[in-house]
Structure formats: structure tokens, C-alpha cells
Ligand binder design. Sequence first.
Ligand code: IMP
Ligand code: MG
Length: 197
Amino acid sequence: MIPRFEDFEPLLSEEQIKARTRELGRAISRDLAPASDLVVVGVLKGSLVFMADLIRSLPPDVTCDFLRLSSYEGGTESTGSVRFDFDLTQPIAGKNVLIVEDIVDTGLTMSFLLDALRVRKPRELRICALLDKPARRKREVPVHYKGFTIEDRFVIGYGLDLEGRFRNLPYIAALTHEAQARLRAEADAARERSKQQ
Ligand code: IMP
Ligand code: MG
């Protein structure tokens, strides 16, 4: 069963996220100068809200671009398959490129993206992720700028969705431990039933 909004509890407040985003913006501005050579690449749709705030902490002459990948086929578990839905609109050879993601979870999406962009010969290729869930990592990826490290919990809000919903929540909420346990038990029971058939 898909969890409902009532199954979530607040994890990171708007104020916490805003303050951390400003710090990240300062570090990025310092490291990836000149800003006129910086292309900020948002991975849609999850980075939407975070990127909108982050770029307002960067110098005025950065450029922005977007790409879209599919890795999650719905629900709360990664399927592991990644593909481009659409790509950047400009070449990135010789540019400083900052990939902006909502969350690095298994790392499958990001390692696919790094491989795909590295061959285009950017000068620098760095990753900025609002959230890092290292407990579930399957591929090592360097997260150069990281908002918050979180434990293994499914989160929504501030761009992150559950089956397309809750991206517009202005803060981040996590599935309660009780709801997570209930969902795991339901999934186990369903697996058992399908084994017996
Ligand atoms: P990865 O390939 O497993 O690292 O997953 C990357 C993508 O999965 C992220 O960009 C998110 O869109 C999605 N994702 C991973 N964890 C969560 C979560 O807790 N809530 C919502 N989406 C998530
Ligand atoms: Mg995403």
C-alpha cells in the first residue's frame, strides 16, 4: 500500500534548509569561480525546489540547464534502471558543471549521470545534493556539496515526491518508523503469497 501524508513526520524545517542552502551557495561560489563559466545542471524533477533556492545564493552570471532521468518507477524502492528522458540544451566542454540533485540514495542515478557527462569533457564536474542517504549506497559517488546526511528513511517535500505528490511541501518530512515497518511487513507478506502461488 502507498503511504498517506499522515504517515509522515517533519524531519528538516524550512529554516534549516534555507540556512544550509546559503552555506552551500557560498562554498560553491568560492570554489567554482568565475561564475560566468559555471553551468548549474538541475536533475528534474526532484531538484526543482532546491535548485531555485540554491541559485539565488550564487553570483548573477551563472547559467542554468536541466536534464531529466528516470530511475524510480514509483513506490519507495529504486528499480536500478536509469535513462535520459531529456538532455542538456548546451555543450559543457571546458565549463565548470555543478549537478544539482535532491538526494543521492543508492547512487545508481548519479553514477550513470557522471559517466554520461564526463565524456563531454567539462573542466570540473561536481555534485551538489540536498540530501545524502549513505546507508543504501550501491555505487560510490563523490558528493562534493551536501546539505544533510539522513538515515535510511523515505522522505518527501522540498522537491522530493511519493508517486508524484508532495514536491510542493516547503519542508522535508520522513515516513514514520511505524509506517515504514508496516510497509515492510506488507511487502514481505505479498512476497510470501506470490511464492506460494
Ligand atoms: P538513487 O539512484 O537510488 O541514488 O536515487 C536517486 C533518485 O531516487 C533521487 O533523485 C530521488 O528522485 C529518488 N529518491 C531516493 N530516495 C528518495 C526518498 O527518500 N524520497 C523520494 N525520492 C527518493
Ligand atoms: Mg530525482
